[in-house]
Write a protein that binds this ligand. Sequence first.
Ligand code: SF4
Ligand code: SF4
Length: 445
Amino acid sequence: MLKLRKKKLKMAELIRLMKNLDQEVTKCSRCGICQSVCPLYDVTKQESDVARGKLMLLKGLMRAFFEDPDGVWQRLDRCLLCGACAQNCPRGVNSVEIFLTARMIISGYKRMPLIKKIIFRHLLSNPKFFDRMVAWAARWQYLFFKNADLQIDGSCTAMVSPLLSNRRMIPLATVPFHKTSSELTSTGKSTGKKVAFFTGCLLDKVFPGVATDIVRVLHFHEMSVLIPAAQGCCGIPSLASGDSLAFNRLVEHNLKLFDPSGFDYLVTGCATCTATIKKIWLSMFESPSEEMTAVLHQLAEKTYDISQFLVDVVGVQPSGSLPETAGCPIVTYHDPCHLRKTLNIFSEPRTLVRVNDSYVFTEMPDAASCCGMGGSFNLTHYTLSADIGKKKVRNIETTDASVVATGCPACMIHLSDMLAREKKQIRVAHVVELYAEKILPQEFL
Ligand code: SF4
Ligand code: SF4
């Protein structure tokens, strides 16, 4: 059996993390390049919101953490973790990992709020219990939520609207993907390649149709598909909230289900899950054993975003025939931060979209800029999140697109909300949905 961790996180470990962090922070030369790419600074114009400002705060790390942990937390919390600063930093300062580690240190030093403990340690860390809770919530959701698809208000919406800030919600699926899939699915004329599918919470519970399309597309390309039951969250919401304990538990849980020796590739349809498995599991899991480090490396190498897998591994390309442009609907593409900035994946999803020649592809201005979602940032700083989202809507509008494609379910939720708020009739689709619509014959639908 895989030996996972050398030891538990202790105070000595916190101090070691702080010292490492101090060294990382001093790499910053204060050049200010990160200011020009930070989507948050773009709307607030506050130096404390940009990576440079946060790194300066962390310079007197030890003192600041012990004297004013809440103040440090509040400053660090105003960040989308979009990675634009890290991607463009000439000194190679990985601000996202610095902020994640700093949040982890603060949470390790002071008590976590009870509500966070309940959410991360008792709900998200127990996938079966989480599934049951979400199924219960799905039954009652229409009483509370405004709906991004149907534009209707629930009878209790007014009661909870201060909490929901007038969000237009994509409803939870009444039947999540895991209820419809079996563990190992095969086409019968398989190439012999086995692909493990990491579903992720949002594709499972909000967009099961996208998850189903991924499996159908893999079958179409003659892959056997392994879908382990009781998959957990990738752990990034816990880590972003500083809860390393819940993050470590989730990584351990998922590693037991996804042994890389049992498949050739692992694919996901979620930009955030892909980036987390490829980068964050390796860099942020606390004190992994040597054996576990080797397994995490293997898994990172085998993990692909679905568009990257279809284009780079399967060899999917557009036919080359251009659609009639007159009267042809337009599709544009929004780059999820975790694909573009963390993994440098941007041509493959565009290639996949271009396969569907029922649309004319038109690039929007600033497609790589963040949509404003930022995971829990959207929950805690919705006004800022919406201000950033409005800019994205303007950019989408300039293309006259009837469809905006992307590769991240979290971006899909925020884009749908932003477009619905402004009453724009623009469909938000996952790139794999557009690909499936074009290539799948009837028997796969
Ligand atoms: S771009 Fe890098 S070196 Fe320059 S201020 Fe930002 S974090 Fe510091
Ligand atoms: S991660 Fe994004 S929002 Fe946060 S400081 Fe860097 S550029 Fe700004």
